[in-house]
Design a binder for this molecule. Structure first.
Ligand SMILES: Cc1cc2nc3c(=O)[nH]c(=O)nc-3n(C[C@H](O)[C@H](O)[C@H](O)COP(=O)(O)OP(=O)(O)OC[C@H]3O[C@@H](n4cnc5c(N)ncnc54)[C@H](O)[C@@H]3O)c2cc1C
Length: 479
């Protein structure tokens, strides 16, 4: 949704700002959405001397089961950005790594995050998302340069090809108001209302997660997030407070009409025995919720292409299985923070456009390519229930057990070193191991068949990885 205005010159834009700004003198940046990205961005820009208005439709702490696992890479960056206070006082749990538990084969891979120079494990954190976001918002509120408005942004205001501000409905009064600024940052999340008016990016739903919390579940390793790869569903289990364990159940295809019945009849029998009782008790009495899971590749803003930035999940979404969305948002934010330091006047559309182009490639080299490709690949492998993808998974796990993949995969997964060259090296190592694996699985008199089998597995691997790699490498005609 947009609102058109007619004036175009820069001086007219500055005048417009004076007309409709009543909340904060000389607002330089309006941020739409005080989620992980918006709230953190408001704080950092304010600390760098910018006048920021943050507009959030609901300031009560979000009650959602997204964004509860902060990878070590994201946590290190949070500290580097001076926002580490946001994980304090939440009963956040320290995360040391992952367990991959393949129920049918009883395979258990125990993966620990890399160590620092002092030989301490570089840990992540898990927590209630609502508490974390609330702390980020509090940090923004504490900045004198930030004003927070509780209201829903309904329109972007345009003058020519430029976004000059927003129209919003104030929550307290119900009034519709306008606010102008040099730059509007759209950070309204996965279900962004403004993405479709600004970019050609399409959010594609691939499956659904059902989420609920088990209280006082004694059976889990509290220091590691566990992937349970059952024969019909993928489940992810991790501790979000001292006595609360989050359970996420992935459902491919159509959502069942009765979620409770589905969990009891279909999911329960697939679970490891040690958690069955706690699972059943919880499913019978707790609130069960579902959310769509999908992906959206990053797309540049079309028209109006100046005066506006789109970031966070509104800009780029990946499968949440690897728990990396918040870390990507923080990494993107860190890049933009450095850019802004060299753009004193945010009406300088030329400088912002240059920065947008640079950002598009820089984020790929520094984090987004690896994270987006790995997220999709891991989801495809972990959620496989049969056919060649399941065979590929077996070969891949064999690589982890016997192929000596080194620390590279964990460094990439934990977003400590998401280097595209390292990812290519990993794929090459895995591909060679797949060939060895195919030969190992055949008796001596059927070795020639291994050639055919390894080709099939490699073809399957390419069909999993290549589409997402291709979409990541796309060059946009607009630039
Ligand atoms: C099921 C699931 C599990 C996930 N698990 C993880 C995980 O474990 N680890 C991880 O790192 N990532 C995870 N993610 C991804 C992560 O949640 C996102 O990457 C992250 O929250 C993106 O932050 P954001 O600021 O872009 O959006 P959000 O955090 O969604 O914030 C958007 C904000 O905009 C506000 N808003 C929306 N529309 C308007 C409007 N019109 N006006 C004003 N305000 C508005 C919303 O109220 C909200 O506060 C998960 C995602 C899903 C779906």
């Amino acid at each position: 949704s947009r609102s058109k205005r007619t004036r175009t010159s820069q001086s007219a834009q500055r005048e417009t700002q004076k007309e409709c700004t009543s909340v904060q003198e000389d607002t330089e940046v309006i941020i739409v959405g005080a989620g992980v990205l918006g709230a953190a961005m408001a704080t950092l820009l304010a600390r760098d001397g910018r006048k920021v208005v943050l507009i959030e439709r609901d300031m009560t702490p979000p009650d959602r089961f997204a964004g509860e696992l902060l990878q070590p890479g994201g946590f290190c960056l949070l500290k580097k950005l001076g926002l580490e206070g946001a994980v304090e006082g939440l009963d956040a749990q320290t995360l040391y790594g992952f367990l991959i538990n393949e129920v049918d084969t009883k395979l258990l891979l125990d993966i620990t995050f890399p160590e620092d120079e002092k030989k301490d494990v570089i840990c992540g954190r898990t927590f209630h998302n609502g508490r974390f976001v609330n702390n980020l918002r509090k940090a923004a509120l504490a900045e004198p340069n930030v004003k927070i408005i509780e209201g829903t942004v309904t329109n972007l205001l345009e003058e020519g090809d430029r976004v000059v501000g927003v129209e919003y409905k104030d929550k307290a009064t119900g009034e519709t108001k306008e606010l102008c600024s040099a730059l509007t940052v759209v950070a309204d999340g996965q279900f962004s209302n403004f993405r479709k008016t600004l970019t050609s990016g399409k959010y594609t739903v691939t499956s659904h997660y059902i989420g609920f919390v088990i209280k006082d579940c004694p059976a889990f390793r509290k220091d590691k997030a566990e992937y349970i790869l059952a024969n019909q569903n993928l489940m992810i289990v991790y501790q979000i407070s001292t006595n609360e364990t989050r359970v996420l159940v992935d459902i491919k295809g159509e959502m069942p009409k009765n979620i409770k019945e589905y969990l009891i009849e279909t999911v329960y029998p697939q679970l490891p025995e040690r958690i069955q009782e706690a699972f059943l008790k919880t499913v019978e009495k707790e609130r069960l919720r579902a959310t769509p899971i999908g992906f959206m590749k990053p797309m540049p803003v079309l028209k109006p292409d100046t005066g506006v930035l789109i970031l966070g999940d509104a800009y780029n979404v990946r499968n949440p299985t690897t728990g990396s969305g918040m870390s990507v948002a923080l990494n993107d934010l860190s890049i933009w923070r450095d850019f802004f330091k060299n753009i004193p006047d945010l009406y300088d559309d030329k400088a912002i456009l240059q920065a947008k182009k640079k950002f598009h490639w820089m984020r790929k080299r520094s984090h987004s390519f690896v994270v987006n490709v790995l997220a999709q690949m891991i989801y495809d492998l972990f959620s496989a229930t049969g056919g060649s993808v399941l065979k590929l998974r077996n070969a891949y796990f064999d690589y982890f057990q016997f192929g000596n993949p080194g620390t590279g995969p964990v460094e990439m997964l934990s977003i400590l070193s998401p280097d595209p060259k390292k990812l290519m090296g990993h794929f090459l190592g895995a591909a060679l191991h797949v060939i060895r694996y195919a030969f190992k699985m055949e008796p001596w008199y059927l070795k020639p068949r291994a050639l055919f089998k390894s080709s099939m597995l490699l073809f399957c691997g390419m069909s999993v990885i290549f589409p997402v790699m291709f979409s990541e490498m796309q060059q946009y005609k607009i630039w």
